[in-house]
Ligand binder design. Sequence first.
Ligand code: PMP
Length: 437
Amino acid sequence: MYPDDNSKSRALYERARAVLPGGNTRTTVHMSPYPVYLERGAGCRVWDVDGVARIDVINNFTAAIHGHAHPVLTQAAQAQAALGTAFGMPTAAEIELAEGLAARIATVDQCRFTNSGTEAVMAALKAARAFTGRAKIAKCEGAYHGSYDYAEVSLDTPPSAWRANAPVSTAYAAGTPPAVLEDVVVVPFNDVDGAAEVLRAHAGELAAILVDPMPNRAGLAPADRAYVQALRELADEIGALLIFDEVICFRLGPNGAQPIWGVEADLTTLGKVIGGGFPIGAVGGRHEVMAVFDPTDGKPPLPQGGTFSANPVSMRCGLAALDLLDAETFARLDRQGDRLRAAIDEAFAAAGLQGHATGMGSLLKIHLAPQPVRDYRSAYLDPEAARRLKALIVRLLNEGVIVAPNGLMALSTPMTDDDIEQIADAIRRSLAQLARQ
Ligand code: PMP
């Protein structure tokens, strides 16, 4: 049972505290009183250092769409490792993955690879600035796009700073330069009129509108089609680029998120699943925009490098991961996701608790809130709800199911319908226990 002061995880955490601040090197995996340390994974299960097996529904924060140690991906990684893992020269692998992405995403003619989604978003924002000659960017309140200073603005604006229809540019990290806040315009999510008013007020200054059509931190509620389509029209009206952040949402379908929302983006940012379990990011778009990276005639408008960018291990495993994602696989993930969302809603009702699941396809999020979640503010957890969510996550851990500390869940292709039922059962039992508290 977690927590256990005599566990090997606890001992590792104590050791970690000496050399890693707070024993941690990735804020998102921090857990109090200590995190569970993993030893290995296979398929949709992981084993911790104390030998406990659980179903993994975090899947490295949505990246591991094929679960762990998938034989095809393991083979791809081993084969490339035997040939060398990264060189100071290009390999054919980067062309193949770029071709694979361009074949899937209608608005991507060309792409540039990075090592993370954070860098992909950074490259996209810089590309939009280089292309338009403008400095400001717009983003949705509460949406996470990685840790580039500009992309982090308004990530956790507290209720005390909320103003009606007027999101404010608040800093996420201490020490964020005030100039960053001045160059980020925050729009409300899922509110066409509110967003239009803010965007028009900054017309002529904005290089880009950055949007994730189903932002996890802002509740994992899908954007209304009308909202995303309005952002597309507003981008054209004010001469800004529309950037679709599909670092997570690309896993919603064989061609990513844009066909689902009926929108064509100017730039698309990618990451996570396209690396087949290895570090990756990518920014893609049409030739005209991507030309800002082109060094053919000397220094390009936007020079971009990265020691491990486009390393052949990430490229080869990414390509292998894409090859495993056919229409049938997405149809199964969609069906399993719908089944689990329905089971979660039923489990809340059966336990007599308020709460529900949001999300689409293989992405889900548990909310302990009575109100429907549409945006950052309706998804906001007060301290009591945050405490109850944490209690639920710990109960689930002890029921053999790992869900992200913020309630996010991502299915993986090795999951069978029986695995989905096991997850649903664990949620039913955990909610029933929570109700008895
Ligand atoms: N954009 C979105 C929508 C994300 O969810 C994330 C990470 N969760 C990022 C960008 C940053 O990606 P990375 O963690 O690979 O830097």
